[in-house]
Write a protein that binds this ligand. Structure first.
Ligand SMILES: *Cc1c(COP(=O)(O)O)cnc(C)c1O
Length: 284
């Protein structure tokens, strides 16, 4: 089965246009890791941590940017279905080579002029985690509207620049609630399902010390929930509003935690961790 799929991968590879083929040809890097085993051990740690915290296990997103379709198939064969990619050209080249039941998550910087290519090129696109301005949301909304999937809303997360570093994308934390509100009001084909951040590297933090950027993201989620809820209730007070806001907050996701810091992120409430190098090895 796996061999067949890989053969299918190889033959479809030839049908790619020059651009994506160049992308794929440079993929791989120093591999020779047992991807299946790393998926299994990561999953086991996710589950034991969840049991310790009395919560459902967080989603494991395998971040596969720059990695070959063959390597992704190794993860797939180990049961992995959620994959994260960063580049539009790369995800549209890879997605058709891989099984249709993969749930693709876009986690890279997105320009509004690439939204259509992303939505139309990846039928299995399940979430765009990196919406940080209304222009990008509107471009995605328009792309979904003209796509075959227009009856199903596209899930999006707001990327928040919690560390304030210039190198990081994302809206300012204090603007997340207003952005969520604008998207909810103007983008009928999008569903705001959570907030996402990268955060600054914190090598000095000990294992159980909280990361201030993750705390900022959790606070943003509360603000987003309160704003969306107030809007849904016509802005009027109402007894049930704090409760409704809390219920919404519990449904909104926190996408935070990568190879170096995902355990800490989960202790701080992450519902979705994005793990690349710890599964697929270092990127070339
Ligand atoms: C590359 C990337 C990851 C994965 O990083 P690792 O350190 O390799 O786990 C996670 N999230 C985003 C947004 C990324 O760009």
């Amino acid at each position: 089965m796996l061999v067949l799929s890989l053969t299918a991968c190889a033959s479809t590879l030839g049908a790619l246009t020059a651009g994506p083929r160049r992308v794929l040809a440079t993929m791989g890097g120093p591999a020779a890791l047992d991807v299946a085993e790393l998926i299994g051990s990561t999953r086991a740690r996710l589950e034991s941590l969840a049991a310790e915290l009395g919560r459902p296990p967080a989603r494991l997103v395998a971040v596969s940017k720059t990695k070959s379709p063959e390597l992704l198939m190794q993860a797939y064969a180990a049961g992995q279905r959620d994959f994260g990619e960063n580049y539009v050209n790369e995800i549209v080249a890879k997605a058709p080579l891989l099984p249709a039941d993969i749930r693709w998550r876009f986690i890279g910087a997105l320009q509004s002029n690439k939204a259509k290519q992303l939505v139309l090129g990846v039928p299995g696109l399940c979430c765009v985690e990196t919406v940080d301005r209304l222009k990008v949301a509107k471009a995605l909304d328009a792309a979904v509207q003209l796509s075959p999937r227009s009856a199903t809303k596209l899930s999006v997360m707001l990327q928040v620049n919690t560390s304030g570093e210039e190198s990081k994308s994302g809206c300012v934390p204090s603007e997340a609630a207003a952005l969520a509100l604008e998207i909810a009001r103007t983008c009928a084909h999008l569903d705001v399902v959570g907030v996402m951040t990268i955060g600054a590297p914190r090598p000095a933090l000990s294992a159980n010390e909280p990361d201030p950027d993750f705390a900022t993201l959790a606070a943003c989620r509360s603000q987003v929930a309160a704003a969306l809820c107030a809007d849904a209730h016509g802005g009027g007070g109402g007894q049930q509003q704090p409760e409704a806001a809390l219920a919404l907050e519990r449904r909104l996701e926190l996408s935070m935690g990568m190879s170096a810091d995902w355990e800490r992120a989960i202790r701080q409430g992450s519902t979705s961790v994005r793990i690349g190098s710890a599964i697929f090895g270092a990127r070339a």
